[in-house]
Each structure stands twice: as structure tokens, then as C-alpha cells.
Ligand binder design. Sequence first.
Ligand code: ADP
Length: 473
Amino acid sequence: MYYINGEWHESDRKEQVINPATLKVIDTISVCGAEETKAAIAAAKEAFKTWKKSTGNERSTYLFKAVKLMKERVDELAQIITLENGKPLPDAKREVYSAISYLDWYAEEAKRIYGEVLPASHQDKSLMVIKQPVGVCGAITPWNFPLSMITRKIAPALAAGCTIVLKPALQTPLSAIKVFECFHEAGLPKGVVNLVIGPAEEIGRELTSSTDVRKLTFTGSTFIGKKLVRDSADTMKKVSMELGGHAPYIVFEDADIDLAVEGVMLSKFKNSGQTCISTNRVYAHKSIAKEFAEKLAKRTAELKIGDGLEEGTDVGPLINEKALETMKNQVADAVKHNAEVVSGGKVYNYEKGDGYFFEPTVILNATEDMVIATEETFGPIAPVFTFESEEEVVEKANNTLYGLAAYCYTKNLGRGMRMMRELEFGIIGINDPAPIVIQAPFGGIKESGMGKEGGKFGLEEYLEEKFVSIYEK
Ligand code: ADP
């Protein structure tokens, strides 16, 4: 099913949606391609003519209606996320609430888009800056947060007065269909939101090459993000890119060790490590490394692996076979370089299904020459490196092409402040493994991308500033 100009469509092209925990088919859906994407862009272009003129209050009302509808369907939405993505049901539920919170926040913000009056340099002139919606937006979202990544883009786009064509990941289209059902029932005018589901390259090509699409917003890998930026250059689109990460997690000798251990549990093993802000490299100070690693290995071994629908599951499956291969290769490479696997390290044989399970893993004696030191893991492996000085660890932490999130644990305020300034990442958690809130700017620097999502910052990405100079003679 796909949704263009206010209507649901079916086609002869079909794709199966697979549960990564059991490898059973959950559903078979109609998909579409280039022609339908063109139609969706045309519908969004037509709808923009009136949507851009609507008041913030009007747009807000629609968003609040979608909030209400989603709140009535929390359990149903969470169930679908778990089925197609694999994450434990309580985590899926948290994602639904997070997805709703974006709609809720931007329903408010829609009413608060202000321009500015500038002081003139001539007494007969008036100078103004007005803000207007960018236009038709293309949005491409990933499978790791199949619901919240959609509303994190659509909510600010609609609040700003933009219309949108969304392409979700082919692994997780059912969450997208459900949220679009809510938009449909909320009564959004035809063409304001459109959903195209199908082959990524074919649809991506239409979105990037169209002169009518004025902005492309993407969350996914750095590799694809670079391609999309290149492809968007010919039409000089505005782009927002939320790409990969390689987060360092620094535990200083003055840290609360137990707190730091629990932080890794959250940052590394939630969503099976398939989060772009997941810890990728743990740096433990030499003097506390042994105690820290022992505690971390013990806690990791306690995690319950299984189907996300089963009560008590902490860690669900990975998304696909390729992800499992990455885990196996990273562990094998680390062992080849003399790492010690102190917890996990293998494919997990889940007796109730054939899914893509990998044991939560802790590796000691990690070194810079290992693949895991530079390649994004996107899975449940925590390599522990050691360091001796603050200067040394800052240099090592920054020694990556990525720049999304970084974490540090210390009780020393001055050191925390230095880390805030010195770490070259867009998001810093100081004694905080979960530094993501709706009102804050989420986004990376370096090859982790450009642009922000969340809060007032996220809204700006969908607005253009227009300068007006009036000579009053
Ligand atoms: P991953 O490897 O984790 O799936 P991707 O960056 O490949 O990450 O996927 C994120 C999103 O980008 C998905 O919606 C996917 O379908 C889409 N995508 C992948 N390749 C392309 C492409 N060539 N053009 C447009 N979108 C793409």
C-alpha cells in the first residue's frame, strides 16, 4: 500500500515484510516506483499552493488530531514496530510515545514561527525578515526507529507549512502505513503527506532529481547520505543528513563506576546497539579498567535475548543477515588482534525462531588497529580500550571521521566542562547515556551529517528566510 494525494493505492508489485526474530512473513504489501513517486511529488506540489497559506493554528489543529489518533493506538503501533523491527515491546512502546511527542511539540511550534524587523540604515526604509516554508520535501527514513524517525521529519515539515513525500525503509513499511492511516483520519488536505514504498534507488532518484522537491531530509548510513547529497547538488536542494556515528564512551578514574556500567548497558545494548548514537568505543582509565570491565561483563551476561514480544526480553534480533555478518567479522578481527572476549561473542541460537540474534558482547584489550575501532558496529558489541591521560583520550575519541554523539563519565566538574568543549561531536552526554530530548538539537558534525532535528532548531530546517527592504518614498 502506498498513499498519494489523499488515497491509498495497491499494485501488482509485491514485497514481503519479515519478522527478524522468526524470519516468518508478517505481511505482503504493494510497492511502487518512479512513476508513483513522480505522482506523489506532483500532488505535494499542488497541495503546497494552499497548505503554505494556512495559518499556524490551522496546521496545529491537524497535528493535534494525529496526536490523538496515535495515542488511541499505542499498543497496536508498538506491536507492529516489534514485529517488523524486532525490538522488545516496552522499547517499541517508548518509541511510539517519542513519535507522538514530535507531533505534539510541533503542533505547538506551528503557532510560533516569527519573523524579524531589522533596524534600517536609512530613515525612509523598513527592513524585514520573513520566514516561509521551503516547499515540497522528500524524506527518507531508516528501519531502526521506524515510527519516530518519520514523525521527527513530518511534524516539523507540516508545522512549517511544507508538504512531503516520504519513503520509509523497505524492511519496516508497516509502521509507516499505520502512521499515515492516522494522518488520513486526521483529515489532512489531499497531497500534504504522501507515502511511497518501494526500491530505494528508484524512488531516491526521483526525489533527488526533481526540481519540484526543494529539500531532502534523510536518516541513514553515511555512505547513502553522501550519495544523496551528491545527487541533490544538481537541483541545489536544501539537505538535512542524520548519518552514522562512532560514539566514544569515556570512563575517567574519578567516575561512579556502577553508573558508568549502567550507562553502557543502555547506550550499547538498547535496540541491540542499532542506534546511530550507540556507544561504539568504550575508553576506561587504566586504573579502573579491570573493575569496570568485570562489572560490565557480568551485567551483559545477565541480558535476556529473545523475541521482542516475549516478556522480559532485553535484547531482540538484529535487522538482517548482513548485520549478523558485521558482528561476526568485527569479533573475529578483534580476536585476531589479541582481544579477549569476556562476554558473548557469538551468534545466539534462539530455540524458538531462526532470527538474526547475536549475543551481547564485551571485548577487552581493544586496540586502534581493529576494524571495530573505526567501522560503525550498529550491533551489541562493546570493545573496551584503556587510556592513561585526559589529553590522550580526547585525541583518541576525536580520531574518527564521525561526529555524532560522545559520552564521558566523571565527577570532576572542570573535566566535564573541558570534555564538553573538546569532544568534536554534535551531542555530548556527561554522566548521561541518553541525552536525547524533544527540545534539543539532534544532529552530527563531520561525516555524521548536517542539520538538526528536534525543538526550535528542527523547525528552522524547513523554513527559508526572506529579506524584504521597503523604501517608503
Ligand atoms: P542501512 O544500511 O542501515 O539500511 P541505509 O542508509 O542503506 O542504511 O538506509 C536508510 C534509508 O535509505 C532506507 O530507507 C533505505 O531504503 C534508503 N536508501 C538506501 N539506498 C538508497 C538510495 N540509493 N537512494 C535513496 N534511498 C536509499
